[in-house]
Design a binder for this molecule. Structure first.
Ligand SMILES: Nc1ncnc2c1ncn2[C@@H]1O[C@H](COP(=O)(O)OP(=O)(O)OP(=O)(O)O)[C@@H](O)[C@H]1O
Ligand SMILES: [Mg+2]
Ligand SMILES: [Zn+2]
Length: 334
């Protein structure tokens, strides 16, 4: 599983912001308490003095400082108890002016002994899903909302029963999402318009990203635009939006390339598509491509290097049925 640096940075920034807010709140509470109960301030000053004395004592005497340290510790405890009483009698909780943490486990640093804390991992996942939903309507499009009743139970002109075909497709997609990992295959969703290809790709994207994998969704048109833009931006500093977009297409765990065949095809887009598809095969990132193109269309449209990779390295799922957009209109659904 690869971490998307940009999303990780955002998750860490959110934790840092929490830490800042908590420190600010603690400072505000201390000012409030010191104004209302000055004795709390004096008690704290005494604790600080005592600790400093013990520290220098320990430095001077080394291991002989044991007894002194014990006495000082006891002194500190007395002072802390007094502080707690003062707070309580002023109507504050005992720990009112202590440090405040959203995550007591890592003290809002995001890491425990150099390893990411559960709070950072949870934020990373949440940010991944958020990022994806800005590209894709994944709220209404999950497996649980996939309605098989849109697909006919009687055979079409080719003897295919759409309901059965799509039940198998749905099962395959569910299983793919549940087992997604290094050993997953690449998928090619093929079929006419309005059959649920984007819907099921979105369902997989949602489920896989919720498990913490980096998932990027984009249409072929928009992906190719990014490559075009980058071509004209050669010599840029490489830190711009387009470069980072292209890096994410290349590096993510799962790329959904929607509507292949709707983009303009030029020599340049052919070579861009080739390097994207080939690069992901080499790096082991998984890709789901959706298209209206038939096998023959693909062969006519793309260079053999692309076609042979799509045919050899992608598991094809053929969609069946009638345009669900049209069915919904007929039934007066939105
Ligand atoms: N099984 C389904 N249950 C409920 N709604 C569906 C289902 N399949 C598709 N839809 C809805 O029908 C519309 C068309 O589906 P979708 O966009 O997935 O089709 P598509 O195969 O990607 O079409 P295109 O090739 O035109 O991109 C969408 O509004 C989608 O939410
Ligand atoms: Mg679609
Ligand atoms: Zn934590």
């Amino acid at each position: 599983m690869s971490y998307d640096g940009r999303i990780l940075a955002r998750a860490r920034e959110i934790i840092a912001e929490r830490k800042r807010a908590n420190e600010e709140e603690q400072a505000r509470r201390r000012t409030e308490v010191f104004e209302r109960i000055p004795a709390v301030f004096d008690t704290e000053a005494e604790i600080t003095r005592l600790m400093a004395a013990v520290a220098s004592d320990a430095l001077r005497k080394g291991s002989d400082a044991g007894a002194a340290v014990e006495t000082a510790k006891a002194g500190c405890e007395v002072l802390l108890r007094r502080r707690a009483e003062l707070l309580r009698s002023g109507g504050f909780p005992e720990d009112y002016i202590d440090e405040i943490y959203d995550c007591p486990a890592c003290h809002d640093t995001g890491y425990i002994l150099g390893k990411p804390c559960a709070c950072l991992k949870a934020l990373y996942k949440a940010e991944t899903v958020k990022e994806l939903s800005s590209m894709l309507n994944i709220d209404g499009q999950g497996f649980e909302n996939f309605d098989l009743s849109f697909y006919d139970r009687f055979p079409d002109a080719n003897g295919i029963v759409p309901f059965q075909t799509m039940q198998r497709v749905l099962d395959a997609c569910r299983e793919y999402a549940a087992k997604f990992g290094r050993d997953s295959v690449n998928l090619l969703f093929r079929g006419g318009t309005g059959l649920g290809k984007t819907f099921l790709a979105a369902s997989i994207a949602k489920s896989v990203s919720e498990r913490g994998f980096s998932v990027v969704y984009d249409t072929a048109i928009s992906v190719m635009e990014a490559f075009e833009l980058q071509k004209f931006d050669r010599g840029g500093d490489g830190s711009d939006d387009v470069s980072s977009r292209i890096r994410r297409y290349a590096d993510c765990d799962l790329l959904i390339l929607d509507d292949l065949g709707t983009e303009m095809t030029t020599n340049f887009t052919q070579s861009a598509l080739y390097s994207l598809v080939n690069g992901r095969l080499l790096s082991g990132g998984k890709t789901i491509i959706t298209t209206n193109l038939t096998e023959d269309d693909l062969r006519r449209r793309y260079i053999p290097q692309i076609v042979s990779r799509l045919e050899g390295e992608y598991l094809v799922l053929n969609f069946a049925g009638r345009d669900i957009r049209a069915i919904k209109r007929e039934r007066g659904l939105k």
